[in-house]
Design a protein around this ligand. Structure first.
Ligand code: PLP
Length: 403
């Protein structure tokens, strides 16, 4: 029985078509795309085709709006730092408390070291933003809004079109970290007011080490990497040609598969969730149930540790991930669970199952059959779980760890 991979928000399998597309660029097609001879020209043509594929996936107006980078984190850093460097007179930033560290840590760096005022927008228990709070923070002092399109842990979607429109009306640049959204949701930059958008190859069946930043034509821009004139002077460094070709192929496939994500993948995810919810007592789905990525199920199993669930699932050949990370000896629930105010008795026990177009119904069935047994085994060992369910006041036992 082969292992089941339900950790696609962490990274995805490189699609076989993508491997095939990139292989020639690891062998005979080795030219430098900046060279004027035919070795260079052939490779430059491949880069240009890949750029067009990414343009199409994003519904961007022009291929030149796509800047290739090394990953989603680089795209995020480039976007935020470009916006603040291009407008030094503006000293405020708007972001949220549930961003990926790729945005969170850039904003807190600017707050701590460069005196920026960061408006950290909070979320409710379903991970939703309060747009009034956002409108109040918008002003001509804000250099950039950086808000994720889809949350990597819960899959919750933010109202990016509406938020970008509001930023646009206030004359503020708008960046979205769409690393989890691209390839899973239809995206159309032509009809949106988003100025910059980050994506990452390895989240959509391309390899690691390649990403892109969409920069709307006319956006004030300062490069993160200065040097050669690659990417029209917006990102110096000889291009990662095999990676970019791979991203181009992955973008093509993603565009073809958007419907599959929203029909087959969504159906499998819903089946997984409802089967687990009905078979396991005291568990619930985190995030906004009606407004989520089609592939993500983040389930909180109360009174047990997510990491313990993962270890037992892993033994059964199932790969998922948990919302808690072992830091300094204690299991801290993730910043996303904390921001949503998920009680610590549940936040400790979150497990994220993230599917892809490669996931099969048989795999989902096997996960459905394994999870209830794993949870029951762990609850037998849990000091907070008795014969018929949770013991009285189990919250108190977790409180010191959560503080
Ligand atoms: N943003 C989000 C929402 C992510 O989920 C991730 C990766 O998990 C990143 C940014 C960082 O992307 P990369 O791993 O390509 O740097």
């Amino acid at each position: 029985m082969s292992d089941i991979y339900l950790d696609n928000n962490a990274t995805t399998q490189v699609a076989p078509e993508v491997v095939a597309a990139m292989l020639p660029f690891l062998s005979e097609q080795f030219g430098n795309p900046s060279s004027l001879h035919s070795f260079g020209n052939r490779v430059a043509k491949a880069l240009s085709d890949a750029r067009k594929s990414v343009q199409q996936l994003l519904g961007a107006e022009l291929p030149t709006e796509i800047v290739f980078t090394s990953c989603g984190s680089e795209s995020d850093s480039t976007a935020i730092l470009s916006a603040v460097r291009a407008q030094p007179e503006r000293k405020e930033i708007i972001t949220t408390t549930v961003e990926h560290p790729a945005v969170l840590n850039v904003c807190s760096y600017l707050e701590k070291n460069e005196g920026y005022k960061v408006h950290w927008l909070t979320v409710d228990e379903r991970g939703r933003l309060d747009l009034d709070q956002y409108k109040q923070a918008l002003s001509d002092q804000v250099a950039v809004v950086s808000v994720m399109w889809a949350n990597n842990e819960t899959g919750t979607l933010f109202p990016i079109s509406e938020m970008a429109e509001l930023a646009h009306q206030a004359g503020v640049l708008f960046h979205t970290d769409a690393v989890q959204a691209v390839g899973k949701l239809p995206i159309d930059m032509k009809s949106s007011k988003v100025d910059m958008l980050s994506l990452s190859g390895h989240k959509l069946h391309a390899p690691k080490g390649v990403g892109a930043l969409y920069v709307r034509r006319g956006t004030r821009f300062r490069p993160l990497l200065r040097g050669g004139h690659q990417e029209r002077g917006r990102r110096a460094g000889t291009e990662n040609v095999p990676g970019i070709v791979a991203l181009g192929k992955a973008a093509e496939l993603a565009l073809q598969n958007i419907d599959v994500e929203n029909t087959k993948v969504r159906g499998l995810r819903d089946r997984l969730e409802s089967a687990i919810l009905s078979a396991v007592p005291r568990c619930f789905v985190t995030g906004d149930p009606s407004n989520r990525l089609p592939n993500t199920a983040n389930i909180a199993f109360e009174f047990i540790e997510g990491e313990a669930i993962l270890l037992l699932l892993n033994k059964a050949g199932i790969a998922a991930s948990s919302g808690s990370a072992c830091t300094s000896g204690s299991l801290e629930p993730s910043h996303v669970m904390k921001a949503m105010g998920i009680p610590y008795t549940a936040a400790h026990g979150t497990v994220r199952f993230s599917l892809s177009t490669h996931t099969t119904a048989a795999e989902v069935d096997r996960v459905i059959s394994e999870v209830p047994g794993v949870v029951a085994r762990l609850r037998k060992l849990s000091p907070y779980w008795g014969e018929d369910g949770p013991k009285a006041n189990p919250e108190e036992a977790f409180a010191p760890v959560y503080a």
